[in-house]
Structures are given as structure tokens and as C-alpha cells.
Design a protein around this ligand. Structure first.
Ligand code: SAM
Length: 412
């Protein structure tokens, strides 16, 4: 592997984001000369730069956030055609690459996902992601679909409780939802500071030392951006895009995300054996060979030095897998086939135009209506819903995860 000159271009120090598990991700992807890589979460470009620096690679970078895309455009200009920046979501990755004529399916040597939000997103109060600053309660990565304010002001209390419980893994979700419902009777909740105070007043700081608002903010952000549905669509796209021997690296930041990645890879690494000779014939059932090989059985966590330097790395977990030459489980038409467990409906709700209650309800639709997007936290039945477990179902994109608002992008 040749090491090419470092890609240098100006970067605003205010927008600095320290890439998490960078060394491990790059080592996992094994960048090589003439290799073709996708950085599916460009952010401020930490992974893209490292992939471009490590060898004479070509990188296609994706981000749904126009501000991240603007950073990418500047890097594009500095790389002499080695980087191509694409604005879009995971769900549109394949179609965007197709449109660029890069022979999307089976053409890539590595794909990286660094999930969640970037430092510029978190640290800009106007984006409304953080409970540490006061700003508009927005949380949209791409200014599309309902805002967090629309969700908290219009969802019925019970649905809000479910959302906070399941996406925030907040045990005191009912109490938080009650406090929100009471507060919004007085005046609409429009600011991050306002919501943070309502949550802090409702639930005490736990032994983990976390700000009590952490889990509620996480839940709203995931719902607003359909993060779990997007992750499912992204993993399915990666399965189709990688060539045999190509590597997938996914960094997740909370257990809900990691569970989806783990279950996706576990199902793909196990495959689906041929049915017993004695079982009744099922024309829909196909034998599936494993489409991925796990590189590490357990996720890679950052070392103490990285966490000391960058506390945001604390909860990061990296999973790496290698594509085999088997056909993808998901054929791109929503006919992905996991192990046959569960019964996800596969019909997401596309939310139409307009704002307010209808759209917010659509945004929370999958929370309220059942089929899963992740393992429900222990005891969730108390919130009145049976949960089909979702790792495998979640990967039946498209259509999964459309409970989050905004336009619906099919798997491209
Ligand atoms: C944690 S940051 C990535 C940081 C990046 N690795 C770096 O070194 O700067 C995640 C980025 O992914 C983007 N993102 C999250 N979900 C996305 C999705 N579904 N489609 C496209 N981009 C997404 C966010 O907008 C954000 O910029």
C-alpha cells in the first residue's frame, strides 16, 4: 500500500470534529491503491481524509446535512477528483451512486458508517440538537420533515412516552411524557432549554451522572431523523454495494443502533440453511448463504487514551465485517429475508406534506403502531405493546423506519 500525500484544505476550527475510532476503522477497511470506498457519514470528513491519505483511493462521501456537504465540496476541490461528495440519505445511496455511473452494485472495496451527529451539529445551538445550549427545538439533520418541537407539542402523551422509552431507553418515560404534556398546556415547547428544564424537573439525575435530559433528547433526535430506519436502509445498501472481500465498518453510539448492526450482521453471517426435507414446501423461502463474515466477534471500543482526548468517543462501538460472494439477502425490492423471525409489515408510512400533528404522528407512527426497529427495552410491555424483535426485520428495507417524518426515500 502506498501512502499518498495528505489531503490539506482549510477547515474552520469551530467546526472541528474529532473522528472516533479512526485508526481502527481505517485498519478495518484496509484501504489499497485503486480501491473504491464509501464514507456514508461524511460529517467534517475525518474518515474520508484518512481513506484518501492511506492509499491512492477513490472515495464517494455521503451526508444528508447541507452544512457537511459544503465542507465536502471544499475537500472535493482539493483532491483532484479523488473525492466525490453526495448529498443524500443512506436510503438513496445506491441510486445516487448509480446516477453517477460508478457501477454501484458490487463495486466497492469498503464502506464506513459513523452514526449519529457530528460535533458541528451538536455544538451549534441553532440546530437544536443539544440540551447544553438554548436554541430552537429542531434536531433535523437535513431540514426536512417535522421538527422535534412539532413532535413534543402534538403527540399524544402515551405515544410520546413510548417514543421516549423505546428510542431513548428512558425508564421514566411516562413521567417525562406527563411533564411535557402538562407543560405544553401552558405554552408550546419551542426551545431546547425549555424542554431540558421540563425533563430535569421531572426526573432526578441518575447514578450514571447523565444529565436527565440526555435520553429524551436522544429519543427525539432518532425519531426526527428516522435514524433506525435509515440505518437499516444503509446496511442493506452496503450489502449490495460491496464486492466480495469488501469491508463494512460501522461505528454506533448507543445500544439501539448497535443492536441493529449486530443483528443485521449476525443474520448475514449465519445465512439461512435449506429447510428440512420433511418441511412443507414454501416457494417464498430461499436458501441463503452467509453474505458477510464477521471480522471481530465483539465490537471494538475506544481505548482509554482516545476517551480521555475525546469524551464523545466514550460510548462508541465498531463492528467490522467482510462481504462474501453470496447474493445479498435484500434484493432491493423490499424482499429481504432474514431468518424469518417476526413479521415486520414492511410498509412504512410516508408522511405527506404539511406540518403539525399529522406529520408528527407519522413521524412517531412506528413507535405507536408496533413493528419494531430494535429490541424493546426490558419491561416495555408495560407500555402496552407487544414487540416483534427488529434486528432482522429492520433490515427488510425499504419501508422500515418510515415512522420518522419527512419524505420517504426508497432503497435506491
Ligand atoms: C458522527 S458524524 C460523522 C463524522 C465523520 N466521521 C467525521 O470524521 O467528521 C455523522 C454524520 O452522518 C450524517 N448522517 C447521519 N445519518 C445520515 C443518513 N441517514 N444519511 C446521510 N448522512 C447521515 C450526519 O449528518 C453527520 O454529518
Amino acid at each position: 500500500m502506498s501512502v499518498v500525500a495528505r489531503v490539506e484544505e482549510p477547515m474552520d476550527s469551530d467546526t472541528a470534529h474529532i473522528p472516533v475510532l479512526l485508526t481502527e476503522v481505517v485498519a478495518g477497511l484496509k484501504p489499497a491503491d485503486r480501491g473504491r470506498y464509501v464514507d456514508a457519514t461524511f460529517g467534517t470528513g475525518g474518515y474520508s481524509r484518512a481513506l484518501l491519505d492511506a492509499a491512492d483511493t477513490q472515495v464517494w462521501a455521503l451526508d444528508r446535512d447541507p452544512e457537511a456537504v459544503a465542507i465536502g465540496r471544499a475537500l472535493e476541490a482539493a483532491t483532484g477528483g479523488r473525492l466525490t461528495m453526495i448529498e443524500g440519505r443512506f436510503g438513496s445511496l445506491t441510486s445516487r451512486l448509480d446516477a453517477l455511473g460508478v457501477g454501484a452494485a458490487g463495486g466497492f472495496d469498503g464502506i464506513a458508517f459513523d452514526l449519529g451527529v457530528s460535533s458541528p451539529q451538536l455544538d451549534t445551538p441553532e440546530r437544536g440538537f443539544s440540551f447544553r445550549f438554548d436554541g430552537p427545538l429542531d434536531m433535523r439533520m437535513d431540514a426536512d420533515g417535522p421538527t422535534a418541537a412539532e413532535l413534543v407539542n402534538s403527540l399524544p402523551e402515551a405515544r410520546l412516552a413510548r417514543l421516549i422509552f423505546e428510542l431513548g431507553e428512558e425508564k421514566r418515560a411516562r413521567r417525562v411524557a406527563r411533564a411535557i404534556a402538562t407543560a405544553r398546556e401552558g405554552r408550546a415547547i419551542t426551545r431546547t432549554g425549555q424542554l431540558a428544564e421540563i425533563v430535569r424537573a421531572a426526573v432526578p439525575r441518575g447514578q450514571d451522572g447523565l444529565d436527565p435530559a440526555t435520553r429524551t433528547f436522544q429519543a427525539l433526535r432518532i425519531a426526527v431523523n428516522d435514524e433506525i430506519g435509515e440505518l437499516a436502509r444503509g446496511l442493506a445498501a452496503a450489502e449490495r454495494l460491496l464486492k466480495p472481500g469488501g469491508r463494512l465498518a460501522v461505528v454506533s453510539f448507543h445500544s439501539l443502533e448497535d443492536r441493529v448492526v449486530k443483528e443485521f450482521l449476525r443474520a448475514r453471517a449465519i445465512g439461512q440453511p435449506a429447510p428440512s426435507r420433511h418441511a412443507p414446501p414454501d416457494p417464498r423461502r430461499r436458501e441463503r448463504r452467509p453474505s458477510f463474515r464477521l471480522i471481530e466477534r465483539r465490537p471494538v471500543a475506544p481505548g482509554a487514551a482516545e476517551v480521555a482526548e475525546n469524551p464523545r468517543a466514550r460510548s462508541a462501538r465498531l463492528r467490522i465485517a467482510e462481504r462474501t460472494d453470496a447474493a445479498p439477502f435484500d434484493d432491493g425490492n423490499g424482499n429481504g429475508n432474514g431468518s424469518g423471525r417476526g413479521a415486520g409489515n414492511g410498509h412504512g408510512r410516508a408522511s405527506g406534506g404539511g406540518h403539525g400533528r399529522d406529520q408528527a404522528e407519522a413521524a412517531a407512527g412506528r413507535v405507536a403502531s408496533g413493528p419494531s426497529y430494535g429490541r424493546a427495552p426490558r419491561g416495555s410491555q408495560r407500555l402496552g405493546q407487544r414487540h416483534a424483535y427488529g434486528g432482522l426485520q429492520v433490515c427488510r428495507a425499504p419501508g422500515i423506519g418510515d415512522w420518522a417524518g419527512g419524505r420517504r426515500e426508497g432503497v435506491g
